[in-house]
Design a binder for this molecule. Sequence first.
Ligand SMILES: C[S@@+](CC[C@H](N)C(=O)[O-])C[C@H]1O[C@@H](n2cnc3c(N)ncnc32)[C@H](O)[C@@H]1O
Length: 391
Amino acid sequence: MSTSSGPGVVGNTDPTALTEGLRLAGEDTRALHSVVQSYELADIAAVLVDEILFRCDPPGNAEPVVIAMDVTRGEERHGTSFLVQVGRPLRRNEANGPAALHIEFDVIDLVRELFGPAGPTGPGGPATRRTALQFVPESVSVDGLRPLGPIMAAASTVLTGCSSDHPGLARLAVRHDSDKWGGLHWFAPLYERHLHHLRTQPVRVLEIGIGGYDNPAFGGGSLKMWKHYFPRGLVFGVDLFDKSGLDQQRLRTLKADQGDPAQLTEIAERHGPFDIVIDDGSHINEHIRTSFRALFPHVRPGGLYVIEDLWTSYAPGYGGNEDPEACGGTALGLVKQLVDDLHYEEQPAKPTGGVGASLAGLHLYRNIAFLEKGRNAEGGIPDWIRHAPNS
Ligand SMILES: C[S@@+](CC[C@H](N)C(=O)[O-])C[C@H]1O[C@@H](n2cnc3c(N)ncnc32)[C@H](O)[C@@H]1O
């Protein structure tokens, strides 16, 4: 029925360029057909299978089950088989064992499902409607001895990876081991409130602080969470340490010191502008201020700059100050300054030195600030209204 293939791109194709093409073409029918015709089907399937492996729910069936999947383009077809078993992540079935169930997708449908701007779909949504599903007869006709339950559970696991269903951020934080939800921090619903409208856009996200510090194998939890949350997104992580072992499709790590504005500017000029920048790095107050000054200009209008862990403003070990009246040089000192910058046109001197003209809004919650980039130039309250009532 289908042949199994290993991971990666088979031809001379640049996998990054192909992924970029698919990611950006998802909603544009002509661009999508053009990208899909420009590459080997096997190369396209390799990118799509990587996404399925990353996005699918953890397997729940105790007994190992092999599921075969064909991606078709006209008469052409490319096969992959998956091994599904509880306690282990879904993976390619390199041994090419017999499949219990066969799934088939038209390549355009699958790209649309994975990289299109479709809204959330529940069971019975487009993914299942457009997919051909067939039990492989030998797997079910052995005197009825093999129950269908595990096969159906395994198929469902693979299909969760093929679906445009969008799990919530709190769920994704737990799934990918980020501390942005539960226990230490309670940021997930706040991020959801401010980022939800960008969810199906091909956003570029930069987060300072990958996690795991000098251990090259640890960290990356929040980067994977963002990759999953933004199915068409491209995620960059910056850390003081080399984290290149965590690089994967749509997720790139970069080594830099957030206290050095020149390094941040170089990154931004190369990979920006960004839709979202998040500072979850050293949490040293001076670093937070330096990074904001260097990177806020590289956030695109309509985008957001987020600063986490504002509590260090009161922690001397991070360059903070226990006295709230003396927090001028801290992260919260920056936020308080931004409140004035936001109102620069209402001030008699109309100061132009701050970022006020490109700060569209400021949303402050406990320990986290969302700074909205955008044009802020209404002109200010006219002088004839400004003077005191009845004066
Ligand atoms: C709290 S962890 C990040 C956690 C991650 N964002 C998450 O939610 O899964 C902080 C990271 O910042 C990095 N870091 C510390 N100082 C830094 C600096 N000066 N520049 C860049 N990264 C730094 C550390 O190496 C560490 O990996």
